[in-house]
Ligand binder design. Structure first.
Ligand code: KG4
Ligand code: ZN
Length: 337
C-alpha cells in the first residue's frame, strides 16, 4: 500500500510517498521545501509569509513526490495530512490541499497529529521498535516525554511549562548573530568551547515531575551576553554555546533517566528537530547503554519536519479507521498538549 504524507505545520512544505510491505515502511520519496531562506531575513517564522510560501510549493512538491516514487495519484491507498498542531494558516494549506486531492480521487483521508508524526520517524530508525515505549519529542515547539501505549495512543508524562528546547537554542543563537534557525550552528560551535565555563540555571524543574522550563535559562544566557557586552567585556561565544548546550543536555538526560526509572521502559526513542543535536544524541545513547534500555533515534534528516513521518503515522491511524471527511479542519494546538 502507498500512502502520501503531507506536512505544512510550520516552515517546511513536505510531501512523501511511503510504501508499506508486510507491515514494514519504505520511504519511496520525501520532498522537503524549506522556507528557511525566506524567514531568516526576519530572524524567525513569519506566519503569513509561511502560509503563502506553502501555497506556492504544495502542488509542485506533491507531484515531485509522486514522480520520484514512480506512482500515480490513483495508486495511493490513503492521503495523510498534518492537521494539528502548528501555525493555523500554514496547517490550513496542507489540510485543504489534501482534502481536495482525496475527495477528487476518492482516496481515504487521514488526519495526523504532528507530534505523533515525529514519534513515527523512530520506526524508520529501528524495525524492532514497537509500542509500548518511552518517547522524547524535542523540537522548535515541543519538549515532551510520552508513554507510547499504542501506535496511535500516547500519555504525556512530562512537558515544558513555557518555551521549547529548540526555541531556546534558536533564541540564543540569534543573539550571538547566527542566522535562523540557529540550533544546528550552535551544536557545531559548542565543540569549540568549554562546557564548564559558565553556570546557567537548569531547565529541569525541581521535584517529583518530568517537566521543564526553558525561560529562566534563556533569560540568564541573554543577560550574560548583554551585560558583558555593555560593560565591554569580551565573551567567548563558543563557551556560551558549550555551557548552554551542556546545561540543556544534562537537564533532558536527567528527566529521561527519571522517566525510564519510573516507567520501567525497555525501549526509548527521540525525535523532533532538536533530536538532531549531536551532544544530546550521544548523552542519551550513553544513558540508555548504562540502563540497558534500547534506543531508537531517527537519522538526522528525519528528525526535522518531513512528510515521511506523517505518512507512517497516517498508516497507523488508517489501520485504526481514523478517517476524516471534507469537514476536516486544522487546529493550532495538539489534543496531546
Ligand atoms: O521539528 P522541527 O523541524 O520543527 C518543529 O516542529 O518545531 O524542529 C526545528 C527545531 C529548530 O528550533 C532548530 O533550531 C532545531 O530544531 N534544530 C536543532 C538542531 N537541528 C535542528 N537544535 C539543536 N541542534 C541541532 N543540531
Ligand atoms: Zn516538528
Amino acid at each position: 500500500m502507498y500512502i502520501l504524507g503531507m506536512e505544512s505545520s510550520c516552515d517546511e512544505t513536505s510531501a512523501s510517498v511511503v510504501e508499506i510491505i508486510d507491515e514494514k515502511p519504505y520511504i519511496r520519496s520525501n520532498i522537503v521545501a524549506s522556507q528557511i531562506s525566506i524567514h531568516k531575513l526576519y530572524g524567525g517564522v513569519v506566519p503569513e509569509i509561511a502560509s503563502r510560501a506553502h501555497i506556492e510549493a504544495v502542488s509542485r512538491i506533491t507531484h515531485e513526490a509522486l514522480d520520484e516514487a514512480g506512482i500515480k495519484i490513483s495508486d495511493l491507498g490513503a492521503i495523510a495530512v498534518t492537521s494539528s498542531p502548528g501555525l493555523i494558516g500554514a496547517l490550513l494549506v496542507g489540510v485543504n490541499f489534501a482534502k481536495s486531492l482525496a475527495y477528487a480521487n476518492n482516496i481515504p483521508l487521514v488526519p495526523v497529529d504532528h507530534i505523533k508524526g515525529h514519534v513515527a520517524a523512530s520506526y524508520f530508525a529501528d524495525e524492532a521498535l514497537k509500542p509500548p515505549f518511552l518517547a522524547l519529542v524535542v523540537s522548535g515547539g515541543h519538549t515532551s516525554i510520552y508513554h507510547v501505549k499504542d501506535y496511535t495512543e500516547f500519555d504525556e508524562l512530562g512537558t515544558t511549562r513555557d518555551d521549547a528546547a529548540g526555541e531556546a537554542f534558536d533564541k540564543i543563537a540569534r543573539v550571538m548573530g547566527m542566522p535562523y534557525p540557529g540550533g544546528a550552528a550552535l551544536d557545531k560551535l559548542a565543540y569549540e568551547g568549554d562546557p564548564k565555563a559558565i553556570k546557567f540555571p537548569s531547565p529541569a524543574l525541581h521535584g517529583d515531575n518530568l517537566d521543564f522550563s526553558f525561560s529562566g535559562l534563556k533569560t540568564s544566557a541573554l543577560n550574560y551576553i548583554n551585560s558583558n557586552t555593555q560593560k565591554g567585556i569580551d565573551i567567548s561565544y563558543a563557551d556560551v554555546a558549550a555551557s548552554y548546550t551542556d546545561c540543556v543536555v544534562k537537564a533532558i538526560t536527567s528527566k529521561v533517566s527519571d522517566a525510564i526509572d519510573k516507567s520501567g521502559a525497555k525501549y526509548f526513542s527521540i525525535s523532533g528537530g532538536v533530536a538532531a543535536n549531536s551532544h544530546l544524541r550521544s548523552s542519551l545513547s550513553r544513558l540508555c547503554e548504562r540502563k540497558g534500555v534500547k534506543f531508537a533515534m531517527p537519522e538526522k534528516h528525519l528528525c526535522g519536519d518531513n512528510g515521511a513521518m506523517i505518512a507512517l503515522a497516517g498508516y497507523y491511524e488508517y489501520k485504526k479507521g481514523n478517517f476524516a471527511d471534507t469537514y476536516l479542519n486544522a487546529c493550532a494546538y495538539s489534543p496531546l498538549d
